[in-house]
Design a protein around this ligand. Structure first.
Ligand code: C2O
Ligand code: CU
Length: 506
């Protein structure tokens, strides 16, 4: 397997020893689900519509044993509330920015932009970085939800401050269900969201932010759903975990402490065609992997830890090699639920996995790099600074609507890995360094891990919307400085853009 490196800046918390959290002392929790405040029918196509509202606000979280931590949160919690709905139900998400003008410790303007990561949204609802909502204002985001079942997440995307806003707490899961997925995989309390992040704390209990000149931030405390190294009680049955790496920089390599494999059943864009059994996997920021873990074979009282093998550079902070623990309990298992003992092997071939390579009409090659003079991270030799300077016109590619293309990303940036995220599309990874993708990433994806010295090729179809969409590194300090560019689907450079994502921007 390929190395995980690029960890040069572990930020040690300045907590007093008695305030420092320790692994496996805290109960596992999940974010609450968000109920719609209203429902309706779309007058154009008759589709059901759920209306949701979240408020971005300053709040405090109980993360540490004796101190509270100021955060930014959707509805004041971290992670924010989970939205769960069915494919075909549209959503209108009203986001009210009730944050103060300035970030409480970092002092920058708390303008926000919300991206539903994994959704093929119209450009003006996609969380375009410069399409910000200032404190005191609100915006309605409309989500089409036509795609197959998947784990999405919504998070802040404000230009230059995405990393700090997400790190401060503006991140939440969003689950889309469909009948195929419901029949195959555990539901309800056995369908468990794991939002993993890392943090570093000041002595006061506040989050400490140091991205080492936009290199990245690696905290020394691992959080799952906002709690440090929690312990979850599990029944002797099959569980489904929707694992989101919400770390702003850190990549993970999850594995079970007893060496048992897990079964990967879904990637970023939903179900994989064929389930893959793996002992560990490389999991970069923003990637989602859904895995099944079968606890039937363990004995009551047994503890199984979820560990992080990408800890090799973190020798002084060995606890970042741990993520959480599962304690097996003897509760009666509902064996009338057919998913209690089922590990499916065939799942679903989504459209994005069925596109043929020979349908591609264009091959494009982009380098991911760093400008030696300015220190700015680049994609295709461009950065967001050039996009802004062009009046948001400049794009690194302009595929036609519904065009199938192959995009190659070549990492020339030395000892760095970059999780590259394309908005709008699901893609299939054709190969990495000329070899087949790892078994666990043979599913629909919207983030691709481009490791040090790696070259990946992606296959995808550009649609169903025209417009300008971002593509960026999901190491968020890289994105903010300014490893983000855009592509333009189905429109000429000077076309009048009816879905202009930036016309509302100040
Ligand atoms: Cu999850 Cu453009 O981001
Ligand atoms: Cu990067």
């Amino acid at each position: 397997s390929l190395p995980l490196r690029s960890v040069n800046a572990i930020v040690a918390s300045a907590l007093d020893p008695a305030d420092r959290p320790r692994p496996f002392q805290t109960d596992f929790v999940q974010a609450p689900f968000l109920a719609p405040y209203d429902t309706g029918i779309d007058p154009v196509d008759g589709a059901p519509v759920n209306y949701y509202s979240v408020t971005e606000m300053v709040s405090t979280a109980n993360i540490l044993p004796r101190l509270t931590t100021p955060i930014l949160g959707y509805n004041g919690i971290f992670p924010g509330p989970t939205i769960s709905l069915d494919q075909g139900t549209k959503a209108v998400l009203r986001v009210r920015n009730q944050m103060p003008l300035l970030h409480p410790s970092e002092g920058y303007l708390l303008a926000s932009s919300v991206h539903l990561h994994g959704s093929a949204s119209l450009p003006q609802f996609d969380g375009y970085a410069n399409d910000v909502t200032n404190p005191g204002f609100a915006k309605d985001y409309r989500y089409p939800n036509f795609q197959p079942a998947r784990t999405l997440w919504y998070h802040d995307h404000a230009v230059h401050f995405t990393a700090q806003n997400v790190y401060s707490g503006l991140a939440a899961q969003y689950h889309m269900h469909d009948p195929v997925e419901r029949a195959l995989l555990p539901q309800g309390q056995f369908d468990v969201a794991l939002t993993i992040s890392d943090a570093s704390f000041a002595q006061s209990g506040a989050l400490g932010y140091d991205a080492n000149d936009h290199s990245g931030l690696w905290g020394d405390v691992i959080l799952v759903n906002g709690k440090p190294w929690p312990v979850m009680k599990v029944q002797k049955r099959v569980y489904r975990f929707r694992i989101l790496n919400a770390c702003i920089s850190r990549s993970l390599r999850p594995t079970l402490s007893n060496g048992d494999p897990v079964t990967v059943v879904a990637t970023d864009g939903g179900l994989v065609p064929v389930a893959q059994t793996v002992a560990s996997w490389r999991h970069a920021g923003a990637e989602r992997y859904e895995v099944l873990i079968d606890f039937r074979k363990y004995s009551t009282g047994q503890r199984v830890e979820l560990r992080n093998l990408s800890n090799e550079n973190n020798v002084n902070f060995a606890d970042t090699g741990k993520i959480m623990a599962f304690d097996v309990v003897d509760d009666a298992v509902d064996t009338t639920d057919p998913t209690w003992n089922t590990i499916p092997t065939q799942l679903a071939a989504s459209e994005s996995m069925s596109i043929r390579e020979d349908a591609a009409t264009n091959v494009r090659n982009f380098r991911v790099n760093r400008n030696d003079l300015t220190g700015v991270w680049t994609i295709g030799d461009n950065s967001w600074e050039e996009v802004v300077a062009s009046g948001f016109k400049k794009a690194i590619a302009n595929p036609a609507l519904d065009a199938v293309e192959i995009w190659q990303f070549e990492n020339n940036s030395g000892g760095w890995f970059h999780p590259i995220h394309l908005h709008l599309v699901d893609f299939r990874i054709l190969d990495r360094n000329g070899r087949p993708p790892f078994p666990y990433e043979r599913g629909p994806k919207d983030v691709v891990y481009v490791g040090e010295g790696e070259t990946v090729r992606l296959l995808m179809k550009f649609g169903p919307h025209r417009g300008r969409y971002m593509i960026h590194c999901h190491n968020l300090p890289h994105e903010d400085h300014s490893m983000m560019v855009q592509f333009r689907v189905g429109m000429a450079e000077d076309a009048v853009d009816v879905n202009d994502p930036v016309k509302a921007a100040p």
